[in-house]
Ligand binder design. Structure first.
Ligand SMILES: Cc1ncc(COP(=O)(O)O)c(C=O)c1O
Length: 345
């Protein structure tokens, strides 16, 4: 048995998704004629309370288009240092939009509204750097699945709006944040100008993310999507699975959070591992080992040899992500393997 804790992106489509993909009614989406894509876009926009939505192949593309449509070359984007957009999207914002990330230090990825307010440079002389976008990530991947408290989001949105600056949310795991905090996706999205979320992570769809915002913003994103080769044709086959992700797979995310907590509690008992289970809010568990890379690197390799896959996040930390294929049995088996592989246990 392989226990794959590297990411929730490894989830397989459900039987219902496979059946829906096979029988989807489709058309040419570049002509706007794919009925299944159109339905998905309407449903997604409704769920987050935005005017319109655009189906894209990946979360990275959704973020890329959002930055492009909110900024001009030479602008500055305020963003957490460890945001996915900064660390894992290949400098796409600089490459495609010609903007500079102004990185701020969040706490587990969550930016302090006062720090954001103090760093927005919107109304400055022409020769000064101009902030035209604030990006937040919710839940925060590198922060260990941390959630933005709603008052923080509200304060950040207010501070930015007062200066005429939009807020974009990388909500790849928006529904993990919503389910874990008991706040609706729509309420969270209400404190953003645009946001994206992924169907292909804990929601188990094979492919796809969606960008949501005003009609005018999405019309511009549609043009930008075409530039980066994201104009798909009979994409309804993919959208069919994404529709099921949205309708059937959201509530069960609570099970992934329970599994993550169980994992964290087990890890907290192991010597050398630095883990506070109270910090685990959703489905991502990050723990450090006091022995640093000298322990983490061989640990990841030894676990792999036992069929337990985890990611090495930094030199001295590992990341474990729970998802639909990880129940209590898998958690306990993974903990057993970790116990066997750790030095001095
Ligand atoms: C927070 C966050 N944003 C964006 C993405 C990008 O999604 P994709 O892999 O579909 O490009 C990921 C992927 O893991 C992510 O964790």
């Amino acid at each position: 048995m392989i226990i794959d804790l590297r990411s929730d992106t490894v989830t397989q489509p459900t039987d219902a998704m496979r059946a829906a993909m096979a029988s989807a009614e489709v058309g040419d989406d570049v002509y706007g004629e794919d009925p299944t894509v159109n339905l998905l876009q309407e449903e997604a926009a409704r769920v987050v309370g935005k005017q319109a939505a655009l189906f894209v192949p990946t979360g990275s593309m959704a973020n890329l288009l959002a930055v492009k449509c909110h900024t001009q070359p030479g602008d500055e984007v305020l963003i957490d240092r460890n945001a996915h957009i900064v660390q894992y999207e290949m400098g796409g914002l600089a490459w495609f939009s010609g903007v500079l990330p102004q990185v701020l230090d969040g706490v587990r990825g969550v930016l302090d509204p006062d720090v954001v307010r103090a760093n927005i440079q919107a109304h400055v002389p022409y020769y000064r750097m101009r902030t035209t976008l604030v990006c937040v990530e919710n839940s925060h991947n590198h922060g260990g699945g941390s959630i933005y408290p709603l008052p923080y989001l509200k304060a950040i949105h207010e501070a930015a709006s007062e200066q005429g600056v939009p807020v974009h949310m990388d909500g790849a795991r928006l529904f993990n944040a919503a389910i874990a905090s008991g706040v609706s996706a729509q309420e969270i999205a209400g404190h953003t100008d645009s946001l994206m979320f992924c169907f292909s992570k804990g929601l188990s769809a094979p492919v796809g993310s969606i960008l949501c915002g005003t009609r005018e913003f999405i019309d511009r994103a549609l043009r930008a999507r075409r530039v980066v080769g994201g104009g798909m044709r009979q994409a309804g086959h993919l959208a069919a699975a994404a529709r099921i992700a949205l309708s059937d797979m959201v509530e069960r995310l609570a099970e992934d959070h329970t599994a993550a907590r169980r994992l964290a509690e087990g890890l907290a008992e192991m010597p050398g591992l630095v883990m506070d289970p109270a910090t685990v809010q959703t489905n991502i568990v990050i723990c450090r080992h006091e022995g640093g890379a000298a322990v983490c690197e061989p640990l990841v390799r030894a676990l792999k040899a036992r069929g337990v896959l985890v990611s090495q996040l930094t030199r001295d930390s590992i990341r474990l992500v729970t998802h639909r294929h990880i129940g209590p049995l898998q958690v306990d088996a993974a903990l057993g393997a970790i116990r066997e592989c750790l030095p001095g246990v």
